[in-house]
Structures are given as C-alpha cells and as structure tokens.
Design a protein around this ligand. Sequence first.
Ligand code: ZN
Ligand code: ZN
Length: 399
Amino acid sequence: MNRIFADLHIHLGRTESNLPVKITAARNMTFHHVVQEASGNKGLSMIGIIDAHSPPVQEEIQAGITQGIYQEHPNGGIIYQNTVCLLGVEVECREPNTGPFHMLAYFPTLEAIKQFTAWLQLHMKNVQLSTQRLYQPVLAFMKKVKSLQGLVVPAHIFTPFKSLYGSATTSIRNLLDISLLDAVELGLSADTYMADQISELATLPFLTNSDAHSLPKIGREYNEFLVEEPSFQEFTHVLKQKRDRKIVANYGLNPRLGKYYQTFCLVCELQKEKAKQTCPACGSIKEVTGVKDRIAMIKDQPSTSPNNRPSYIHQIPLDFIPKVGNKTISKLISHFGSEMNILHHAPIEEIAKVTNETLANYIDRARKNNLIVEKGGGGTYGKVISSPVTRRLSCQEYH
Ligand SMILES: [Zn+2]
Ligand SMILES: [Zn+2]
C-alpha cells in the first residue's frame, strides 16, 4: 500500500470561458489550473474539487475526458497525470432556528454529480455558483447524496457564522443523525486536540483540508492516507478503515494561525482573551467568538482521542514563513519538486544552499514545531513572528 497526500476542499474561481463559479476565489482557479497545480507544484495525489456541481465545470471535465486530457478512474474520480480528483460540492444549509452551516459532499463519478446537480437545480437559485443556499432540510440533502453513493462531510465545523458548531448548534445530534456522516472537516482554526473535547465526535474521522480560494493556498492543510491507489473507492475505505486503509496523519495549520482562533471585539477590533465578556478596552459585547472559546463553551470532556485517531501535525505552509515570497517559493519548488517535499523531506542543508541559512532555519523549526506564532482572530490570520529565539512551545501554549 501507499502513503499519499490529499487536500479535499479546493474551490474554483472561474470556468475556462470566464464564467463565475466562486466570486471570492481567484480568477485563475479553473478546473484545469487547479489539477495542474495540485499534481505539479503541490505534489498532492488526491484532491477534492468542491465546485464540480457547476454545470459549465462539468462540461469542461467532459470535454477533457473526450480529448484524452483526463480519464475517469474505474474506481471513481478523475485522473490527471499523477493526481486523482474527487468531484465535490459545498452547500449552505439552514434548519429552523439555526444560522447557516456548510456541508460538503463527494461523488464517485461525473454522472453521479450531474444527477446531483439536477436535484440541486430544483432547490437553489443559481446552481452555477459555489456554496449557495440550499432550500431543503439537511436530511433531504444527505439522503440525496447517499442515494447516489456519495459521502457527506460537514465543512469547517467550528468556524463562526458558517458551520454546524459555529452558528447552528451545540450538539450535532440536535440536528441530524451522526451515523449518516462520513467524516467532519476541522477547519483552519482547530486541531484534533481541540475537537476531541467533544465526545460525540469520537466515532467520526477528522479531515484537514485547505478550503483554498487561490492556487498558493492549495495544500495549506491536508491529510495523509494509506491506500492501494488514489481513487474515490479507496477514500471511502479510508473513512471506514476498511481493509487496513486509514488516515495516517492530519497536517494542519497551527490553529493559532487560523483567522478565527481568538475572540475578536467588533467595535475596537482587538482580540479578547475570553468570549461573552464585555471588551476590557471599549466595554462592548459585540464580538466574533473565536474557535478556541466556542469549543470551550460546548466541550463535554477533557481532550480524549479514540485509539484510532491519527496524529495531528502542526505545519507552517511556506507562505506563512517570514520573508518568503513567491519568488523564493518558485525557486524552492523548481529545486525540490513540490511544496510537500520542501516542508517534510528536503534536507535542511540543501535548502540553505538553494536559499539561505535563515530560511532553512525557519523550515527546520517549522518541522520541529518551535516557531513562535501570534494568534489570529476576527478574520485575520495569525503570524509567525520573525524572532531568532529558538524554544519549544509547550502544548499548553498552543491552546
Ligand atoms: Zn464553507
Ligand atoms: Zn469552502
């Protein structure tokens, strides 16, 4: 069996013919550009394209298959060179008395997702666009996905405004049958240690994906799977831990780098140490509750991971490393092949030769988890502090 890297939440900005798909995503994020970037620079063997429900995107995939650029994998997914692309969708649901929350689904074949699009069309205003409001109960969504042999995964489950725990409920059980879910996606501001403080998640696999809206952000979070080959069927085996397939590790941002980690006062635009308290600076209670504080409100146990929970590895993507610009990243990639290689495998001395000692030292410290991070919150990412101090942070300091 093989160990592969997979990022299963990537958006598209436009079609080749320049039709909008996701307004907030980069215009150069077409289906073809994304598969090219993922299989080349990023070195990902499996990706999930989340806007594959869009009819003009489906036409492009179909045309690529006809021209022989892509092939349909006999076990599900679309093959481009060394990468298999799973076809997915993100929708915005709302139940009576809840805020909006995002749900992901993945389908085995182009034909299956086309059938799903036909259903969406009846319950959505503009099916060409990404992450649109679905005017159907979440249960109807899940049943439809399952009837087409698809998989259901709630997206970035702790994010304020747009997620199950962030804006809909304190317990998933209040809204739906947990046994119908195939996994949950943690989102950038949470990690396994934080999520395993909620006991109802114990039976669900955790996924760590980038939710990329631009090409450089692809792979800022990803999963390592043990599989026979990258394909939809193997992915379903991974989630069910069938025939020794499994998630080997989750690679994610240090949650403090995530843009919703800390609670944030909306009036004076400063981070607060605690949620639901008046801001010590301006006295207001208007806030964006950070993921750290939201989990503290809804948790029901000390962090307890089930035995089969894979390790969670905090990683710092290259573009978070101080003084690393696009030029340096391209230089590193042309030398070492892919971002995955640079972050995890390339010898530090080699990186120093190609760039400089300081940068090599940052990457070394990122691998050893001892870079110092300023917390993110209220929609602004955290930052790696460019300090020469080398010390290992304790687990306590991370959370
Ligand atoms: Zn979302
Ligand atoms: Zn998304």
